[in-house]
Design a binder for this molecule. Structure first.
Ligand code: DUC
Ligand code: ZN
Length: 465
């Protein structure tokens, strides 16, 4: 059995940072203590001046997903490779049950997509788009298979009507699952998009003007009421703005079990990018869209104050050519950004800028996603018996953003030209060093061991707040 000892690093948890060593036996963490003496057959990794995080968990990716008449450029192979290089040791991807399919069919389709090799561990949430008795009866079985979270949409062609929405929530809650909801008022958006005429059809900014904050806030408010009635824990996915976050806070004040997720794009970019030329502006099209500077502040404050529980990416990547499908009609631009490999360093920028602490970074990237998504038995923490999923993070090396340094198959980088402090130094996936950064003169590159990931059967939801 392989033994690894990580020495001299600063161990990060949501509670504190402390100098501790980590001893790993095979796939598991054996011991976490100060000054562990190396046994004779152990490989020692020196993490001096570096942080030791639990492997990051990204609970919101879309790999190999059909969107707006095209398919995301990252499949499970390239998407999980990008994830692991960015320190994400577990992703949970949104599998979809399309109309006419059983849930089991949708699940099997997604497992097949993931069967060509994955470089980090993965789970699957199931998005339900077609509700009937058979489908509802399958929820229990999905949960038994470790698919313990589901997604429902209030918009797009897979949106559910209120009665179906409620039926799903009840079934999920009864079986101790979690429901994530894409919250935007469909009717409002439909009408606003209908009203766009003439040359405005070609303007990317029509995208964000027709998906206003109130559409998101209204849907979160309603879904919180529904989920509470159905006794189901509800995760508001990709919360983008102050108005929406206020609805989360109000629901919690009423005692509802509501969680909130945001994404790095909403913490860095504002809607002024939609005024750029089409090729540039379309890179930032996502739904809900980027908002205002005041919203960026509200979201960082929300993380700091515990109103936002997790930061995931909603990685949904396209090429410039795919984005150009909407050149003549903003409605046809495939929505999504491509930050699965950049999330940790983006969030660390918030630590450098003193918006949040490093402990909070650990909470929203590791511990809380582990709790919400049923990974809490093996992942999200560095403690004895847990999977040895570990990120050694170097705060003294910079990350320089450029599409040439990316693993995603997407041919652009939305942070191109930016340099952020902090870099992923090494990543261990269940005890194996799968990413190792090497510096040679001015050159800095990663050695990656691919295809080491496996499916994770997740546990049922347990209330934690
Ligand atoms: N939003 C996006 O921008 N892309 C994929 C799905 C979603 O909800
Ligand atoms: Zn999404």
């Amino acid at each position: 059995m392989k033994k690894i000892l990580i020495k001299n690093g600063i161990l990060v948890s949501s509670k504190k940072c402390e100098k501790k060593d980590v001893l790993i036996y095979g796939e598991k963490i054996k011991k976490v203590e100060k000054n562990i003496k190396p046994e004779k057959d152990v490989e020692v990794i020196d993490a001096k001046n570096k942080y030791i995080f639990p492997g990051f968990i990204d609970g919101h990716t879309h790999f190999d997903l059909s969107v707006a008449g095209t398919t995301t450029i990252d499949d499970f192979k390239s998407g999980t490779l990008a994830a692991i290089v960015g320190g994400t040791t577990t992703i949970v991807d949104y599998g979809t049950q399309y109309k006419g399919e059983t849930l089991d069919r949708g699940y099997k389709n997604w497992m097949k997509k993931a069967s060509k090799g994955v470089s980090c561990d993965f789970g699957i949430h199931m998005s339900i788009s077609d509700v009937n008795k058979k489908v509802l009866s399958e929820v229990k079985n999905m949960i038994k298979k470790g698919i313990t979270s589901f997604k429902l949409y209030t918009t797009y062609d897979i949106k559910l009507e209120d009665d179906d929405m409620y039926k799903c929530m009840e079934e999920i809650g009864k079986n101790k699952g979690v429901v994530g909801i894409h919250c935007e008022n469909d009717g409002l958006i439909k009408e606003l998009r209908e009203e766009v005429k003439g040359s405005d059809n070609k303007k990317v900014k029509s995208h964000y003007l027709t998906r206003p904050s109130v559409a998101e806030a209204e849907a979160i408010n309603r879904m919180a009421y529904f989920a509470n009635l159905a006794k189901t824990p509800f995760l508001a996915v990709h919360v983008t703005c102050e108005e929406a976050l206020n609805e989360v806070k109000l629901a919690r004040k009423r005692g509802y079990e509501v969680y909130a997720e945001t994404c790095p794009q909403y913490l860095y970019f504002d809607n002024s990018v939609y005024n750029k030329n089409f090729d540039e502006a379309s890179k930032y099209v996502c739904a809900p869209p980027l908002r205002y500077k005041k919203d960026i502040k509200a979201l960082w404050d929300g993380i700091k104050n515990g109103d936002i529980d997790i930061v995931s990416t909603d990685h949904c990547s396209f090429t410039k050519k795919q984005k150009a499908l909407g050149k003549n009609d903003f409605r046809k631009i495939p929505g999504g950004l491509n930050l699965v490999e950049h999330r940790a360093v983006f969030i660390y920028k918030g630590v450098v800028d003193k918006k949040i602490t490093i402990e909070k970074m650990c909470e929203v990237l590791c511990e809380n996603p582990a709790k919400i998504f049923g990974l809490y038995k093996n992942k999200g923490y560095i403690k004895e018996g847990y999977d040895a999923d570990i990120v050694i993070f170097d705060p003294n090396t910079d990350t320089i953003y450029d599409e040439k340094n990316q693993m995603t198959k997407s041919d652009y980088c939305v942070a191109k030209g930016v340099t952020f402090k902090g870099a992923i130094d090494k990543v261990l996936l269940r005890g194996e060093v799968v990413v190792d950064s090497i510096e040679e003169g001015d050159l800095y590159y990663n050695i990656v061991k691919e295809n080491k990931g496996k499916f994770v059967k997740r546990s049922i939801y347990k209330k934690f707040r």
